[in-house]
Design a protein around this ligand. Structure first.
Ligand code: MV4
Length: 450
C-alpha cells in the first residue's frame, strides 16, 4: 500500500480523495494555487505545497510543479481527481518514468479513449453496441455522403479529438452535409490541432446513461450499475441519479455484463465510465471516461462501495475488494450539483459565503469543501458542493431531497439551489420522464413565463 498520496486537485474532490486516504491510513499531500491558500483540502491534509499562481495552466495543470511537489514531499502516488490532469496520458507516462504511481488507468488506455474514433473502434471490437456511423475518420466528402445516405439523415459530424459536446455539427439533410463537414473539420483543427471527424446517426431524443466499471488491470472487471445523467444544460450535468428511471433490472444486468466483460478483455485498470445514448430500448456507446466522475457518489450510495478506496486498491496492485456477485444494488440516489451561479442565467457568482448550514439526517450526504466565511475564487469551476440523497425507493429519495433542500443554507453568493427546489416538485421529474433536451426546454419555457 502507498505511504503518501499527493492529491493533484482542489475543491470538493480533493477533500473526497483525502477522506479515503485518511480511512486507509495513508498520509496526504495537498497542492494548491495561491488562490486556494484557505481551502479546506489544504487545511485537512497532512502537508501542503503551493504550486503556482491562480490560473490552472500555471498550477493545477503545471506538470513540472506537481512533480516538484512529489519530490519535496516524497509522495509515492498521485490521485488526479477529475478534470485537470486526470485524463492526461503524458502526465501518467511522466509519473511512471519517475516511479510514482498514477492512481488511474494506464497511459495507453487513457490515450485510446481520448481519441473518440479509436475509442469507438475499441468498444465495437469488445462487443459494446455503438451508434451506427462511419467506420473511422471521413476524409472524402463523396464517401461521407454515401455513408450518410446509408445510415439516414439527420447525421452528426463529430471531432475525433472532441468529446463532451465540443466540435459537433448536425446535418439535417444531404444539402447540409458538406458545410457541416467543413465547419467541424476547421473548428476541430483550430481547437484540438486534429481535424479528424467521423459521422454518426443523429439520435433525436435520447437519455444519457453511463455504466460505472472497475477493472483490476489483470483481467478481472465488474460493473457497478448505471447513472442517468440526462438532466444537463450546455453539456454540464445538473442532476444525476442511480438507477436510471428508464431501465429495469434485466436491462441493467445485460448492459452491465457487456461492459464488465469488455473491460476484463481490455485488462482495464481502475475506475471507468462507459457513456451511452439510450433511445427506444437500445444502448448506443458514444464515449468512455477514464477517470472518477463528479457523480460517482450516487453509485456509492446504491452499492455501499467506496470508489476511491477501490481506485487506491487496484493502483496498489491489491485487486478489487468485490466480485460481481458481491455487488448488490440498494434503493435509489440523486445528486444535485450546487453551483455558485445565478439560477436563471447560470452566470458565475464567486464571492464570500456569509452564512452556511449543511443539511443532515438519514440518507443525506454533502460533498463540499466550503465553509462559512470561505471566499469562492473566480478562477475555477463554480461547483460549491454536491447534495446526494439516498432512499429505499425513488419516491423516498425525492421526499428526502425536498426536505434536505429546505434545510440547506448558502448565503452571500447566488446558487442553483432554487432550480432544484423547482425540479423536485416538477411532475415530469417526479415521473422520471426526461431526456437530454428536457432541462433546456424547461428553462426556455420558464424564461418566457417570467
Ligand atoms: C450524440 C447525440 C445524438 N446523436 N450523438 C454530446 C456530448 C457528447 N458526449 C455526445 N453528445 C451527443 N452525441 C448522436 N449520434 C446527442 C449528444 C448530445 C448530448 C449527449 C449527452 C448528454 C447531453 C447531450 C446534449 C446535447 C447533445
Amino acid at each position: 500500500m502507498f505511504n503518501k498520496v499527493l492529491i493533484a486537485n482542489r475543491g470538493e474532490i480533493a477533500l473526497r480523495v483525502l477522506r479515503a486516504c485518511k480511512e486507509l491510513g495513508i498520509a496526504t499531500v495537498a497542492v494548491h494555487s495561491t488562490a486556494d491558500n484557505a481551502a479546506m483540502h489544504v487545511r485537512l491534509a497532512d502537508e501542503s505545497v503551493c504550486i503556482g499562481p491562480p490560473p490552472a495552466r500555471d498550477s493545477y495543470l503545471n506538470i513540472p510543479s506537481i512533480l516538484a511537489a512529489c519530490e519535496i514531499s516524497g509522495a509515492d502516488a498521485v490521485h488526479p481527481g477529475y478534470g485537470f490532469l486526470s485524463e492526461n496520458a503524458r502526465f501518467a507516462d511522466i509519473l511512471d518514468a519517475h516511479n510514482i504511481t498514477f492512481i488511474g488507468p494506464t497511459a495507453d488506455h487513457i490515450r485510446i479513449m481520448g481519441d473518440k474514433i479509436e475509442a469507438k473502434r475499441t468498444a465495437q471490437r469488445l462487443g459494446i453496441p455503438v451508434v451506427p456511423g462511419s467506420p473511422g475518420a471521413v476524409t472524402d466528402d463523396d464517401e461521407a455522403m454515401r455513408i450518410a445516405r446509408d445510415i439516414g439523415f439527420p447525421v452528426l459530424v463529430k471531432a475525433s479529438a472532441g468529446g463532451g459536446g465540443r466540435g459537433m455539427k448536425v446535418a439535417h439533410t444531404a444539402a447540409d452535409l458538406s458545410l457541416a463537414l467543413a465547419t467541424a473539420r476547421s473548428e476541430a483543427g483550430a481547437a484540438f490541432g486534429d481535424d479528424a471527424v467521423y459521422l454518426e446517426k443523429y439520435l433525436g431524443k435520447p437519455r444519457h446513461i453511463e455504466v460505472q466499471v472497475f477493472g483490476d488491470g489483470m483481467g478481472k472487471a465488474v460493473h457497478l450499475g448505471e447513472r442517468d445523467c440526462s438532466l444537463q444544460r450546455r453539456h454540464q450535468k445538473v442532476w444525476e441519479e442511480a438507477r436510471s428511471p428508464a431501465l429495469d433490472d434485466e436491462q441493467r444486468r445485460r448492459i452491465g455484463e457487456i461492459c464488465a466483460n469488455a473491460m476484463a478483455e481490455l485488462r482495464y485498470r481502475g475506475a471507468g465510465t462507459i457513456e451511452f445514448l439510450y433511445e427506444n430500448g437500445e444502448f448506443y456507446f458514444i464515449e468512455m471516461n477514464t477517470r472518477l466522475q463528479v457523480e460517482h457518489p450516487v453509485t456509492e450510495a446504491i452499492t455501499g462501495l467506496d470508489l476511491v478506496h477501490e481506485q487506491i486498491r487496484v493502483a496498489a496492485g491489491l485487486g478489487l475488494s468485490v466480485t460481481q456477485s458481491d455487488v448488490q444494488f440498494s434503493g435509489h440516489a440523486i445528486e444535485c450539483r450546487i453551483n455558485a451561479e445565478d439560477p436563471r442565467t447560470f452566470a458565475p457568482s464567486p464571492g464570500q459565503i456569509s452564512y452556511y448550514h449543511a443539511p443532515g439526517g438519514l440518507g443525506v450526504r454533502v460533498d463540499s469543501g466550503v465553509y462559512q466565511g470561505y471566499t469562492i475564487p473566480p478562477f475555477y469551476d463554480s461547483l460549491i458542493g454536491k447534495l446526494i440523497v439516498h432512499g429505499r425507493s425513488r419516491n423516498e429519495c425525492l421526499m428526502r431531497l425536498r426536505r434536505a433542500l429546505d434545510e440547506i443554507i448558502v448565503d452571500g453568493v447566488k446558487t442553483t439551489l432554487p432550480l432544484f427546489q423547482d425540479l423536485v416538485d416538477n411532475p415530469d421529474m417526479q415521473r422520471g420522464d426526461y431526456d437530454i433536451h428536457w432541462l433546456e426546454q424547461y428553462l426556455a419555457a420558464a424564461a418566457k413565463a417570467a
